[in-house]
Design a binder for this molecule. Structure first.
Ligand code: GUN
Length: 285
């Protein structure tokens, strides 16, 4: 069994992004800028946003966080997003999810300029991804693809079982795998007999937020297991969706939690923000 080390690869990517940021600054005096919208007091969201901010600092990306109260109106957030769409110092806009229930999430995501959509959640970019065209790709599944590539794992022709069908992870993950010529099956909360599906998988990719969902009797020998879940167990420890200690014995490769997919998500946000800034600088030139 070999660990897929997302921490190590994300450090390597941060160095590359950092070099490219310097180059861009030298070439056109542009500093890539990321605006983050954080609404309410969800501790997990605040922690993620903080990690994103720190990562921006490490690579020289300017970042600003719009910290908004839980009871903010739809109108007020929409005004901020429109301002950021028109702000030339901002290359990327990220709305941290989930949002409070009074907010229409889809309307906000649709309002973000597709050129600044570093999360890849706008229908324009979702359409480009499903069509196999270049665009912004959601950071977590993009990070998974880069992690697989780093370890020379080619998904072409492999049976990939994606567990979870969210817009953030499962659906874009499936599109990326399909674009790379994998055979893709998507399982979700209504899937009957999950084990039957996962047992046939060469690669299992799971991100649903259920501790120990994937157990050793659900994984075939030498399978590759990608754990996209992030949960806190009863002891307050970060764990994924896979029963890691028991499943790892059967795998050829497996991602740890923490230190697997999580750091890759942040690295891809930096890389998407750099990409947005590079395109914007060319258009302004
Ligand atoms: N909430 C959980 N994951 C994500 C993510 O990748 N992007 C945003 N914006 N919010 C999230």
């Amino acid at each position: 069994m070999q660990l897929l080390d997302g921490k190590k690869l994300s450090n390597k990517i941060e160095l590359q992004v950092s070099d490219e940021v310097k180059l861009l600054k030298e070439k056109c005096g542009c500093t890539p800028g990321l605006a983050v919208v954080l609404v309410g007091h969800d501790p997990a969201s605040a922690a993620y946003v903080n990690m994103k901010k720190k990562a921006c600092e490490r690579v020289g990306i300017y970042s600003i966080t719009h910290d908004m109260p839980e009871n903010i109106s739809q109108d007020a957030i929409e005004k901020i997003i429109t301002n950021m769409n028109n702000d030339s110092t901002i290359d990327g806009i990220l709305i941290q999810l989930p949002l409070p229930s009074q907010i229409d999430e889809r309307r906000l995501l649709d309002l973000v300029s597709p050129k600044k959509d570093v999360d890849g959640f706008h229908p324009f970019n979702i359409g480009r991804l499903t069509t196999g065209l270049d665009g912004f790709v959601p950071c977590t599944p993009l990070g998974v693809m880069q992690l697989l590539a780093e370890y020379d794992i080619d998904v072409k022709g492999k049976n990939c079982v994606v567990v979870g069908a969210s817009n953030i992870v499962g659906k874009p993950m499936s599109s990326l795998l399909l674009n790379a010529n994998a055979t893709v099956e998507i399982c979700h909360i209504f899937t009957d007999n999950l084990k039957k599906h996962t047992l046939a998988a060469d690669i299992i990719l799971v991100g649903v937020g259920v501790i120990n969902l994937i157990k050793e009797d659900m994984v075939k020998d030498d399978a590759i297991v990608i754990d996209i879940g992030i949960n806190r167990n009863d002891e307050g420890k970060l764990v994924g969706d896979v029963d890691f200690e028991n499943v790892k014995q059967k795998c050829s490769y497996i991602t740890p939690v923490p230190g697997g997919v999580g750091p890759m998500t942040i690295a891809m946000l930096l890389s998407n923000t750099l990409k947005a800034a590079q395109v914007n600088s060319k258009e302004r030139a």
